[in-house]
Design a protein around this ligand. Structure first.
Ligand code: SF4
Ligand code: SF4
Length: 392
């Protein structure tokens, strides 16, 4: 009965949401995944879920469509301009969790091993848990533990812990915090925040991982978390059940601006570079953090910031959110590589020498796209922390 009640409640939710749809199809025009010439975009995905429920027909074709969404949220912003900002992403995430995973149709076959790795080894790639802090060797970073008080926990996240490209973010941010004299530490037993498990519809796994991290925060007496991972940031702020006495959570762009304002962090070296900034979906559209990264970039002496045509709320996605890092959609939909290439082309159009971002996923993806387009001599992809280090 539980499943039936759940399906009924989704149906009601869908009915209420879609009844106010103006059928303008404008959401389709901004979706990075769906080519409006061959498919129906977010409007079509949501209608397909509705008819799947109505006719009790859940197929692999429907699953592929529902899992193709990067959860970038651009359709919701577009809809806000014409209708009532229908909760298109919420419907897609509910459908993944309550319809497709429940019916053993979801997640996508390629994502199953990734989820198993998160469960067994605490990270999507299946790396050894004891290698999680290898990037910090020689940097003299305190462990955050019950017997070592730290003012700030740096929550590193899986990509910056294990991926060689993204590890630069962890090293650079740690060096910046040290330079500013911040008493910070890292958790040796940190596990995946579970953000991507939740996006793939595996809320039980998300709960398991969030409880593991919350127990570590409590043991170490953490009341201030700073992270460089917008995905973890979003989940901490919106999905972890911290209650009223939870820790303060900041993305590093917030925290570093505060350190600069207080005079604790000084950027003194001139960096004469023309840069552009890519808003990561889970920092920008999904968390409404647009000004802090720009303020930080503009504080770097000598840097000229030029905006891409699509920026801030209108920014295009790098293509890897919502579980897309570990799957490819059917050929009728836009590939992850094509989405990332498109974003790099927009950056190239500005004439910038550096494409900055503030997310390890975007960093990895856009770097790959620059290589694919053979534009390494024209533009470099960097996290903001890398540019800050060169200005210290
Ligand atoms: S933008 Fe909103 S109102 Fe227009 S078709 Fe899409 S969901 Fe419906
Ligand atoms: S959230 Fe992004 S990828 Fe998903 S349907 Fe909306 S616009 Fe497309």
């Amino acid at each position: 009965m539980e499943a039936l009640r759940t399906e009924e409640s989704i149906m009601e939710f869908l009915n209420n949401a879609l009844i106010s749809c103006e059928k303008c199809h404008l959401c389709n025009t901004v979706c990075p995944v769906c080519d409006p010439r061959v498919s129906q975009g977010p409007y079509g995905i949501n209608r397909s879920i509705y008819y799947g429920l109505k006719w009790n027909r859940f197929t692999e074709k429907l699953r592929d469509l529902v899992y193709s969404c990067t959860t970038c949220g651009k359709c919701v912003v577009k809809c806000k301009g014409v209708s009532r900002a229908l909760p298109l992403v919420e419907i897609i995430e509910n459908a993944r969790e309550l319809l497709l995973v429940e019916k053993m149709l979801g997640p996508m076959p390629e994502q199953r091993n990734v989820l198993k790795n998160m469960h067994v080894r605490g990270n999507p790639w299946g790396n050894a848990p004891h290698e999680r802090t290898d990037w910090a060797k020689g940097l003299d970073i305190s462990p955050a533990a019950s017997d070592t008080h730290v003012d700030v926990l740096y929550f590193v996240g899986c990509a910056s812990s294990y991926d060689p490209q993204a590890q630069k973010i962890a090293k650079n941010l740690s060096n910046i915090l040290k330079q500013a004299g911040v008493n910070f530490g890292i958790l040796e037993k940190e596990v995946c925040s579970g953000h991507e498990a939740r996006r793939m519809g595996e809320t039980g796994l998300f709960q398991f991982l969030s409880e593991a991290n919350m127990a570590l925060f409590e043991q170490a007496g953490i009341n201030h978390i700073v992270t460089g991972d917008p995905h973890s940031f979003y989940s901490f702020c919106n999905e972890y059940p911290f209650g009223n006495n939870g820790p303060k959570v900041q993305h590093y762009t917030h925290f570093l601006n505060k350190l600069i304002d207080k005079g604790q962090l000084k950027l003194v070296s001139n960096v004469s570079k023309k840069v552009t900034y890519h808003d990561p979906c889970y920092l920008g559209r999904r968390s409404d953090v647009y000004d802090e990264p720009r303020k930080l970039i503009k504080t770097i002496p000598g840097v000229e910031l030029v905006e891409m045509d699509k920026c801030r709320e209108d920014s295009d996605c790098c293509g890897m959110g919502g579980g897309r890092m570990w799957m490819e959609p059917p050929e009728t939909l836009v590939s992850s590589q094509a989405i990332a290439n498109n974003r790099v082309r927009q950056a190239l159009d500005t004439g910038a020498e550096i494409l900055l971002t503030a997310c390890p996923f975007c960093n990895i993806t856009l770097n790959d796209a620059v290589k694919t387009l053979q534009k390494e001599d024209v533009i470099q992809v960097m996290d903001i922390t890398e540019l800050i280090v060169s200005a210290l």
